[in-house]
Design a protein around this ligand. Structure first.
Ligand SMILES: Nc1nc2c(ncn2[C@@H]2O[C@H](COP(=O)(O)OP(=O)(O)OP(=O)(O)O)[C@@H](O)[C@H]2O)c(=O)[nH]1
Length: 398
């Protein structure tokens, strides 16, 4: 293979440049974690992984200048641990815990084997196969977690997930090729920093992939923050139902669909009966829990295309697209009976009243149907509460 002067770059320079840039990237990720306006699950764990990669590259780059134990054993240990920590960060991001035991067992076995192949039966070739194969397996599994995990779907296939899984796949391939190459061909005997093409390509590729991975995690974190902020813009903070602004958009969509297809939609306006008494007798926090409970039940009882929104205070609106009054009445009656069932002894019994209205092509604005549903709700209250009233298609004095 070539001499020093044949190459513009040598593996030590590549690894040292990689360690400086990975240190900077770890710093950037750490600053991002501190500056993020909302907490991002898993981000701190990714930061820890990025620092471990930095430490690993520094130790590996200092080969020949520090003891083999510090460089080879600790360097490779930190590198493999970094990939496991990154995997744990991704699990945490999706709200699940990593089962550490098998990964740590594989890591400990790798540390023991690498130490043996430094001090016992010195073999750079055996060390390369073991470390590269394990790194390849962790990276490939990590990519699979990102692509296949059901929780990943909840956030949509975000740019961050696509980028990170792509870099992980490339990294897994780089390590796999490295492991196979080391298994089949003789390797130089001065370790990772041996001056040959395969080492330059390998150290170059894996340092670049590590950097791109940190960018991938940063993108996943910003995707998460953006999704949360978008969600907060349309959701009520207490109950998680849609807010007034989102309700308006739902009504406009339902109206447009009515005009296009001729299929009317229905609106149910719902109000908790004597809610002031619940607050007065049990306190505001219990009142809040009643609202949260009601909304959770309503979300389970409406159909997939129906939308539940908080209209204000203890008043809610359900928009039922492409639905006629008799069908909507079935949904409303189900809510009247089942949404008020409490399963916790700490929640007081309560009832609701519902006013129901069907859209008409004569409605000049989206507010017209709300006004009719509100009038029906007023009737339900006047007629004794805990009941459903249907609105006439046109209000008498409208
Ligand atoms: N706990 C809690 N109470 C709220 C919230 N928003 C509004 N309220 C209370 O809801 C109560 C509504 O009272 P009223 O409008 O008199 O209605 P009501 O007592 O339910 O009586 P009817 O509607 O006539 O059956 C008020 O006491 C508000 O303070 C909230 O987010 N949490």
């Amino acid at each position: 293979m070539g001499s020093m002067s044949t190459y513009a770059l040598d593996p030590r320079t590549t690894v040292l440049i990689g360690s400086i840039t990975s240190g900077l990237m770890a710093l950037v990720l750490w600053l991002l974690a501190r500056a993020t306006p909302l907490p991002v699950p898993g981000l701190r764990t990714w930061v820890a992984g990025a620092w471990l990669v930095f430490v690993a590259l520094v130790l590996l780059g200092l080969r020949d200048w520090i003891t083999p134990l510090a460089s080879v054993t600790l360097g490779n240990s930190a590198l493999v641990l970094a990939y496991i920590v990154w995997l744990a960060g991704t699990h945490r991001h999706f709200g699940v815990r990593l089962r550490w035991l098998p990964w740590l067992a594989a890591w400990a076995a790798m540390v023991a084997a690498v130490t043996w192949f430094v001090y016992g039966d010195a073999s750079f070739r055996a060390r390369s196969v073991i470390v590269a194969a394990l790194c390849s397996a962790i990276s490939a599994y990590h990519a699979l977690v990102l692509l296949r995990y059901p929780q990943a779907e909840r956030f949509g296939r975000s740019l961050g997930i696509t980028l990170t899984s792509s870099w992980l796949t490339i990294l897994a391939a780089v390590y796999a090729i490295r492991a196979v190459h080391a298994a089949l061909f003789p390797q130089g005997d001065s370790g990772l920093l041996t001056q040959d093409t395969i080492q330059i390509v390998y150290t170059g590729s894996f340092t670049v992939c590590n950097l791109l991975l940190v960018i991938g995690f940063a993108t996943m974190a910003s995707d998460h923050v953006r999704a949360r902020i978008e969600e907060q813009a349309v959701r009520d903070a207490l109950t998680g139902t849609l807010n007034r602004q989102a309700l308006r958009e739902c009504l406009e969509r339902a109206r447009a669909s009515h005009k296009r297809t001729g299929q009317p939609f229905c609106v149910a306006m719902l109000d908790v009966d004597h809610f002031k008494k619940i607050n007065d007798n049990h306190g505001h926090p219990v009142g809040d829990r009643v609202l949260v409970h009601l909304c959770r039940r309503m979300a389970a009882l409406v159909r997939p295309h129906d939308a539940v929104a908080r209209y204000g205070g203890e008043e809610f609106v359900i928009v039922m697209p492409q639905t006629r009054l008799p069908e909507a009445a079935l949904v409303a009656e189900r809510i009247l009976l089942e949404a008020v069932q409490v399963d916790s002894p700490t929640l007081p019994a309560f009832t609701v009243s519902i006013g129901l209205a069907e859209s008409s092509t004569d409605d000049a604005t989206a507010d017209a149907i709300i006004t009719r549903a509100d009038a029906a709700l007023y009737q339900a209250k006047a007629r004794g509460r805990n009941r459903l009233e249907r609105a006439a298609l046109r209000l008498v004095n409208a």
